[in-house]
Design a protein around this ligand. Structure first.
Ligand SMILES: *Cc1c(COP(=O)(O)O)cnc(C)c1O
Length: 400
């Protein structure tokens, strides 16, 4: 970049500028959209050299694309990673990473709470290929010691976890895993790199559903994985190019870059409103529990203060009337949208047991700490007074 700062640039500045100089692109303020499936070789020999890995450049957009590459370098920079790789979806990032790192006979240890499709991918996908999945409550990192073996290739978790907002001490878990030469993979979708940077705490890979906070506008499905350059190159050449084909379209890369420009602004608002909604909910009669890491009542509030630069916009809660009361409340909302996904400008509400986490059996949900009555709220960017009024109407606390 032409601008030369003597100190590291701030998060918002990097989210807007990293890796791009208008002077390289006809002075266009906005990076160009390279809608090209393939890239012409100046000579046959130069094409051969690209394939042999002797020179660097773009060959075919299932491997790399200049627009996507800019986004990859931006997300990697925000995560403090050497390299990044974007994929067609969050599940694309998760599956491409797992198929690349694992082989039959390997074992993976995951936290008990995982996003529903991640849980199903491991239970129904990876396990069919001779990989053992063990679920351990890694909220207590010491539990890992008893479970880890010389077959354990990966420790995998989300922090905060979807949907119940459990946290994992990334530094403590990484240090135990590394004593056993085990890789640590963290799904950082809920926090975004603005609130938590797992690689700086010792993790080896960080994954995202870029559909959520990174994109931020509910208009695309996308994913990303960041880590060491050699490992990311392998995931690109094996997990994405040959195994899943889960590539990000260049147009979606443009949209995610547009979203990233306001990540810091949006996240600050999500955090502010998330805290207000969580505190308000906790004070309502009929609400039995609120799961939000910013609340003093959250069992891991101290860890949240240490590990997160803000508590985010995701709030989960339960009503005294359980499942039925939760569904009835959702149906009375007028402004808050009943929809899965999260991290959008619009506030979204959903019921994990019948929606995002219906991939778990009821027994599995019970064993993994996902209660049937849990309602998950993604607090959006609207005026928080309007959100609270809508919730009050739906909870019936208006007319008390
Ligand atoms: C949504 C989500 C995913 C899957 O991402 P897609 O972009 O929908 O494929 C993975 N992990 C978490 C925590 C999610 O919320």
């Amino acid at each position: 970049m032409a601008f030369d700062s003597t100190r590291p640039l701030g998060f918002a500045t990097r989210a807007i500028h990293h890796g791009y100089n208008p002077a390289d692109n006809a002075n266009a303020l906005t990076p160009p959209l390279h809608l090209s499936s393939t890239f012409a070789f100046p000579t046959a020999e130069e094409g051969g050299a690209l394939f042999a890995g002797e020179t660097e450049g773009h060959v075919y957009s299932r491997i790399s694309n200049p627009t996507v590459a800019l986004l990859e370098s931006r997300i990697a920079d925000l995560e403090g990673a050497e390299a990044g790789l974007c994929t067609g979806s969050g599940m694309g990032a998760i599956s491409a990473t797992m198929w690349t790192l694992l082989k039959p006979g390997d074992e993976i240890i995951t936290d008990q709470t995982l996003y529903g499709c991640t849980f199903a991918f491991m239970r129904d996908g990876l396990s069919r290929f001779g990989i053992t999945i063990t679920h351990v409550d890694v909220r207590d990192p010491e539990n890992l010691r008893g479970a880890i073996s010389d077959k354990t290739r990966i420790v995998y978790f989300e922090s905060p976890a979807n949907p119940n907002m459990r946290l994992v001490d990334i530094r403590a878990v990484s240090s135990i895993a590394h004593e056993h030469d085990t890789l640590v993979v963290v799904d950082n979708t809920y926090a975004s790199p603005m609130l938590t940077r797992p690689l700086t705490l010792g993790a080896d890979f960080v994954l995202h559903s870029a559909t959520k906070y990174l994109g931020g506008h509910g208009d695309l499905v996308a994913g990303a994985v960041c880590g060491r350059a050699d490992a990311i190159h392998e995931i690109r050449m094996v997990g994405v190019k040959d195994m899943t084909g889960s590539v990000m379209a260049p147009f979606n890369a443009m949209l995610v870059m547009r979203g990233l420009k306001t990540l810091q602004l949006r996240m600050a608002r999500h955090c502010e409103s998330g805290m207000k909604v969580a505190e308000w909910l906790e004070a309502q009669p009929g609400v039995s529990v609120v799961h939000y890491p910013g609340l003093v009542s959250h069992p891991q509030h101290e860890l949240a203060k240490r590990q997160m630069d803000g508590f985010g916009g995701m709030v989960a809660f339960e009503l005294e009337g359980g499942y039925e009361a939760g569904l009835a409340m959702m149906n009375r909302l007028r402004l808050i949208r009943r929809a899965v996904s999260l991290g959008d400008a619009e506030t979204l509400i959903q019921h994990p047991a019948s929606m995002t986490h219906s991939t778990y059996s009821p027994d599995e949900r019970r064993a993994h700490g996902i209660s049937e009555g849990l309602v998950r709220l993604s607090v959006g960017l609207e005026d928080v007074t309007d959100l609270i009024e809508d919730l009050a109407g739906a909870l019936g606390t208006n007319d008390r």
